[in-house]
Design a protein around this ligand. Sequence first.
Ligand code: NAD
Ligand code: ZN
Length: 230
Amino acid sequence: MNIVILTGAGISAESGLGTFRSDDGMWSQYDLEEVATPEGFARNPALVHEFYNARRANCRGAQPNKAHLALAELEARHTGNVLIVTQNVDDLHRRAGSRNVLHMHGELEKARCVRCGHDWPAPGTMSVLDRCPKCRSGLCRPDVVWFGEDVRFLLEIEQAIREADLFAMIGSSGQVSPAAEFMMLARDNGADTIELNLERSGVADHARNVVLGPATEIVPKWVGRLVPLS
Ligand code: NAD
Ligand code: ZN
């Protein structure tokens, strides 16, 4: 059985990383147009670095929670394929032990050259003074996908969803495209579908099952029905 799991900011909320639409937290203190668009970076790269440096520091201080750990155990114990497709730029799935993870919105822990596209592990603090270690001249940016930019691995993700027997969406509002369309793609290709979320998402009506609650409670329970958990 092939399992594809889409995760969003909600799975990391109980690790202390604010969700995108929560009223508190970092996203509400900054103007999205200024910190999460290529135009914002062109206008004020120092502000954009400040924002992502703070998010990286938060992330480094956070630990994977029971939901991340349960998904890692699912991958380890399930005899078929388990693929995690995440909208999160944190590395909590990897640190929980998941290996098969596609970061469709990039990664906070990577830096990229604006000029030559080379990428490398991000230092804790990035600055406008940094230059690319390869071409030595390019400006450096966080290797995350901003609004208006193409998401990563889209063809690969869509193919995996078409081949999925079970598709789960965890902790995502289902409002950011194209992730919002994955639930329908899975259903239309015959997969069983489930949403695990704090509140019903915009695509909950397309899921066969909806389980509501905090991810650290509902995800281990769901995984426990698929494989025995230690
Ligand atoms: P979102 O903020 O739009 O939605 C979060 C969802 O999680 C909501 O449906 C909410 O009900 C649910 N949720 C909140 N707390 C939860 C909990 N404890 N357990 C289960 N569910 C919970 O996030 P999104 O759908 O991922 O899309 C927003 C964008 O924001 C993405 O592009 C993502 O890259 C970015 N983002 C990433 C992070 C991160 O990397 N940790 C954090 C914030 C935003
Ligand atoms: Zn370069």
